[in-house]
Design a protein around this ligand. Structure first.
Ligand SMILES: CN1C(=O)N(C)[C@H]2CS[C@@H](CCCCC(=O)O)[C@H]21
Length: 120
């Protein structure tokens, strides 16, 4: 059937925009993430991402965003689907890991969420 791949521009319900550049033959890809909201009060900037997708029709994937404006990392994992109109949709789960100077705070430094991305 029609392949659902990750290359292109995406937007989620938080208003974040993501660009996935070329998906290579081994499934690796690079991209950029522009977040609309943050857990910090710092100026938001475009941040790089690196990932892998399977090369099936409805591929599972994973990618990591290294935030350039905060000392944190988000890892995403999910699957690419086609909706009833044949539009690609990315169903994702993510973990946002923030840094703390105090190991006593370790327990509270990982946030979990779910977000859907639609083609921009
Ligand atoms: C805007 N977001 C978004 O589009 N998400 C899917 C979630 C998971 S990554 C987070 C933004 C983290 C920014 C860096 C930081 O606040 O430490 C939030």
């Amino acid at each position: 059937g029609q392949k659902c791949n990750l290359a292109g521009q995406w937007k989620n319900d938080l208003g974040s925009e993501m660009t996935i550049d070329t998906v290579f033959k081994n499934g690796t890809f690079l991209g950029k993430y522009l977040t609309a909201v943050s857990s910090t009060n710092k100026t938001i900037v475009l941040s790089p991402l690196i990932g892998y997708q399977q090369l099936t029709d409805l591929p599972s994937f994973g990618f990591t965003v290294k935030w350039l404006f905060s000392n944190s990392i988000t890892v995403f994992t999910g699957q690419c689907f086609l909706n009833t109109s044949g539009q690609r949709v990315l169903q994702t789960s993510w973990l946002l890991r923030s840094e703390t100077q105090d190991p006593q705070n370790n327990w509270s430094q990982t946030r979990l969420g779910y977000n859907i991305f639609y083609p921009l």
